[in-house]
Design a protein around this ligand. Sequence first.
Ligand SMILES: NC(=O)c1ccc[n+]([C@@H]2O[C@H](COP(=O)([O-])OP(=O)(O)OC[C@H]3O[C@@H](n4cnc5c(N)ncnc54)[C@H](OP(=O)(O)O)[C@@H]3O)[C@@H](O)[C@H]2O)c1
Length: 299
Amino acid sequence: MPRKTVVVTGANAGLGYAISRALLEQDYRVVMACRNATKAAAARSSLLESVPGADASVLPLDVSELDSVVTFAKLFEEQFGELDLLINNAGIVGLPLTRNDAGHELQMATNYLGNFALVGRMLPFFNKESPCRIVNVGSLAHRFGKLPVDDMSWTVDDYKPMKGYARSKVALLSFTQELNRRLTGTNIIALAAHPGFAATEITARNVEMQPKNAIQRWIRSKVEPLIPTPAEAARPILHAALAEDVSGGDYYGPGGFLEIAGKPAMAKLNPKTRDVEGARQLWSISQDMTGVRFLGADA
Ligand SMILES: NC(=O)c1ccc[n+]([C@@H]2O[C@H](COP(=O)([O-])OP(=O)(O)OC[C@H]3O[C@@H](n4cnc5c(N)ncnc54)[C@H](OP(=O)(O)O)[C@@H]3O)[C@@H](O)[C@H]2O)c1
């Protein structure tokens, strides 16, 4: 049996690495979509060492830049051709107001708009014969955000790093619902999952989460060892990707206290992600912002 092919974005670190390793162990051919060639090559070597006989490749992708998404899809078509599973995992959190080349706020560009464009560009390559999935990685933080259809680029509201993160994940999870509706009647479903908390590089990269004094540093030193490892926290995402008993539109997370850790279970979605009219509006805005049109009368 030929191996199934999965694209994992941000596969060189944290959850993406753990997800890639688990999928290699399940005999998937893993295409690691990464923005830093050196880090990606090191991660690939380490994966191949830990899973003998595995099939892992690297393709360059900076998901926050639309040109890179277009190039990635072309390279994928030339080198791999067919796809069974796409895991939109790459993400950033809590950075000061920064914009990509197109002027889009960088958390929105990375955590949502790039994924919208990537899905649109990769859709033609999904295997037509057997069930396929698109899994988007959400976050607990989305529960505190709003659907950003009136201010996608923070030109009206005062920008706050964690508000920016929450909005980008609300957009991603609203998109997941609308994508799944638009995929009805095809062999592809779209669903999402969040990891709870995971001990990855994301905390160190988040300027908002750095301890500001000795007490905070002490608290962090006590709390850090309790945070789930990337392999533990990846379980809800792997459940969404692999389990038999899932449906399009599902949202999984850790089933323990406050969805922070634990075995995969259905997770709470912010009701704003179930606003069908808002999701349609978001889709239309996203097409205009990315120039990628798919799955609709206006495509
Ligand atoms: N860790 C948590 O507690 C937590 C909680 C909730 C949700 N999440 C979500 O889980 C996902 C993975 O996070 P993580 O904790 O594993 O973070 P991480 O350790 O910081 O890894 C993030 C990965 O995304 C990649 N990435 C960032 N921007 C990118 C871009 N523009 N193009 C391509 N790749 C890019 C990074 O590449 P480089 O190494 O080259 O920077 C890295 O491979 C994110 O979507 C995050 O929002 C994490």
